[in-house]
Write a protein that binds this ligand. Structure first.
Ligand SMILES: [Zn+2]
Length: 227
């Protein structure tokens, strides 16, 4: 089964990707991880990607697709894959279909993490991080035992610069502009989109996701048996 996760940064999809991979045994292909890996290894793709990122640009589609193609080759045979952070624009989505076709695969579910900007901004404004041991807290949903003090090392917690409202807003707008057409593509042309309401707790969201995956795999199994 192939699952694609869509959602803006801060929608909580990172946590859920980990669970799909660890608890259900899916092979995880996360574009963020792949890029960081390529850059650390400083291989051919990593060098090219770095040049674009240094200039403040997005990594071009052909590089992203090449990374996905290589990962699909590595994964050969396992079958259950979850994609995170890809495809992020319409061109990538269309090329992705072709790539999968060539590999004899297809997307089964697209989970879209729907979160209104106001909620996202509030959630991130409550986020605090320990400058010493990097533990992340949320004053609302996962507060430290004593106010603004790290449970693990006793340091005073700080707000990350990345979490300022201005930066959050601009990331959200870039995401919406690029990914809205991808959402439309999977919804109208492929009929694969499932909206996940990401304002529940992490466990509630996980339950919902698991239900959709199980339903889909049950359907596939009974189709294969001819039922
Ligand atoms: Zn700490």
């Amino acid at each position: 089964m192939i699952i694609v996760l869509l959602g803006p940064p801060g929608s909580g999809k990172g946590t859920q990707v980990e669970r799909i991979s660890k608890e259900l045994g899916f092979y995880k292909i996360s574009m963020g991880d792949l890029l960081r890996e390529a850059i650390t290894k400083d291989d051919e793709i990593g060098k090219k990607a770095k040049n674009h990122l240094v200039d403040g640009k997005l990594v071009p589609d052909y590089l992203v697709l090449e990374m996905v193609r290589r990962e699909l080759e590595k994964e050969k045979g396992k079958g259950d894959i979850v994609f995170d952070g890809f495809p992020r624009n319409l061109n990538q989505a269309i090329s992705f279909d072709r790539l999968l076709n060539l590999a004899g695969k297809k997307i089964d579910i697209v989970l879209y993490f729907d979160i209104p900007f106001a909620l996202l901004a509030r959630r991130l404004s409550q986020r605090r991080v320990c400058p010493r041991c990097s533990t992340v807290y949320n004053l609302e949903t996962a507060p430290p035992r004593s106010h603004n003090i790290c449970d693990k090392c006793g340091s005073t917690l700080v707000k990350r610069r990345d979490d300022s409202e201005k930066i959050v807003k601009s990331r959200f707008q870039v995401y919406e502009r690029e990914t809205a057409p991808v959402e439309e593509f999977y919804k109208r042309r492929r009929n694969l989109l499932i909206k996940i309401c990401s304002d529940g707790s992490k466990d509630e969201v996980w339950k919902e996701i698991k239900k959709h995956i199980e339903k889909k795999s049950y359907k596939e199994n009974s189709n294969q048996k001819g039922g």
